[in-house]
Design a protein around this ligand. Structure first.
Ligand code: FAD
Length: 369
């Protein structure tokens, strides 16, 4: 079913797709609920989580603690494991019934698969990989009036917008990260966005609100024949992925380790271990095959905001900074005093990382002794 401007006024409330895997809520869900709360407050509407799975009632209340007013729980053995067909059908049916105005998904593997499928089926717009969300309470229309050659007042479609002039503003990097584009979806609802994990800040958990959240169990139709794929087995990756997003201390390496790659990574590991942190990397290091892609920080890697981010031999390209510049404290070590990383660093050390890092390690060891 397609929605157009004539139907827009019927859409209300902010929804968040609550991703769980094997009964465990993904951390991104709490970030999205926290962000969704902010949007819902600005719009003066409810925030609702939509949770699919089998026997997931126990984890639904947790969502209230981060700001959800309501959680729609769709419980079925057919939803135990994620399948594109099954989840798309149930979500689209729920959207058609309840008509949310905004719908957020995490830009996880599942979110990146599910959100476009739902957007296409609902004939609405999706902005992928957002790094910032906001609400426009009418500025878009002002822009149309003043900044566009459209004859807004006399256009039937646009004049409809005057009745419903709120839009979600979805911001994401564009043109290879060289500019940030803010996108609205004025003609269709729900306006959908996927949001990069780690970008939005999680609110503090509120026990009282968790207990007060309303759980809704709607009727929905889902048959085994609706699902084309069958999950036969789930095999977890043998290698443990590095948890950059949850880390308080990150020591990242860049191409500056080129003259002794193994030695450079070892130094970073030693420093990270001493700080109780993990090793990150620039894309140059990942592309060179010196370290796994799960270590990459930046626009096409992970967005991190640790307490301390140490950049070793990283120039500070815009795409790298996009993933780390919100860290609480940035320490950069680079032999070029004009490296752009120093523009965002709280502490900068101009020097050869192979000389500076061993001195740092010794001083930390001494301080700890
Ligand atoms: P370089 O730019 O080569 O910098 C190496 C630095 O090391 C230099 O500043 C040099 O002065 C210093 N150095 C050299 N030797 C030493 C030494 N002995 N001691 C101290 N310093 C030394 N990049 C990312 O990191 N993450 C991303 O997610 C990402 N996404 C991208 C997406 C797109 C669409 C594009 C186009 C690019 C992306 N990039 C990304 C790549 C980015 O543009 C840069 O090419 C990359 O970040 C450079 O990595 P680097 O700083 O390690 O290497």
């Amino acid at each position: 079913m397609a929605y157009d401007s004539a139907d827009i006024a019927a859409f209300k409330n902010v929804w968040v797709f609550c991703e769980q895997r094997q009964g465990v809520m993904m951390p991104t869900t709490f970030e999205l609920i926290s962000e969704g709360r902010k949007l819902a407050d600005e719009l003066g509407v409810n925030l609702c989580g939509i949770l699919l799975g089998e026997n997931v009632e126990g984890i639904a209340k947790e969502l209230g603690g981060y700001g959800a007013d309501q959680v729609i729980v769709c419980d079925s053995p057919l939803l135990k494991n994620y399948t594109t067909d099954g989840y798309t059908k149930v979500i689209c049916d729920m959207v058609e019934e309840y008509k949310p105005e905004i719908m957020l998904f995490g830009a996880s593997n599942i979110g990146r698969d599910l959100a476009p499928r739902c957007a296409a089926r609902l004939h609405t717009g999706l902005c992928a990989d957002c790094t910032h969300l906001d609400v426009d309470l009418g500025g878009y229309i002002d822009f149309l009036k003043t900044g566009s050659s459209l004859d807004v007042e006399n256009t039937k479609f646009e004049s409809k917008l005057f009745d419903v002039n709120t839009n979600m503003k979805m911001t994401r990097p564009a043109f290879g990260g060289h500019l940030m584009a803010t996108i609205v979806c004025p003609r269709f609802r729900p306006a959908m966005a996927t949001v990069r994990p780690g970008v939005m800040k999680k609110r503090p958990f509120d026990e009282a609100k968790a207990n007060a959240v309303e759980l809704v169990y709607p009727e929905f139709k889902l048959e085994a024949s609706d699902i084309e794929t069958e999950v036969v087995d789930i095999v977890k990756a043998a290698k443990k992925m590095v948890d950059l997003i949850g880390a308080d201390f990150i020591v990242s390496v860049g191409r500056g380790i080129a003259k002794d790659v193994d030695g450079g990574i070892k130094l970073a590991e030693e420093l990270a271990d001493l700080l109780g942190g993990v090793v990150g990397a620039s894309r140059a290091v990942v592309d060179a095959g010196w370290i796994g892609a799960d270590h990459q920080v930046g626009q096409t890697g992970k967005t991190v905001h640790p307490k301390v981010y140490v950049a070793l031999g990283i120039s500070g390209a815009i795409q790298h900074k996009a993933g780390m510049q919100d860290s609480e404290c940035i320490i950069a070590i680079n032999k070029a005093d004009n490296a752009p990383i120093f523009e965002v660093a709280d502490y900068g050390i101009v020097g050869d990382l192979f000389k500076v890092v061993p001195l740092l390690i010794d001083s930390i060891k001494e301080a700890k002794a």
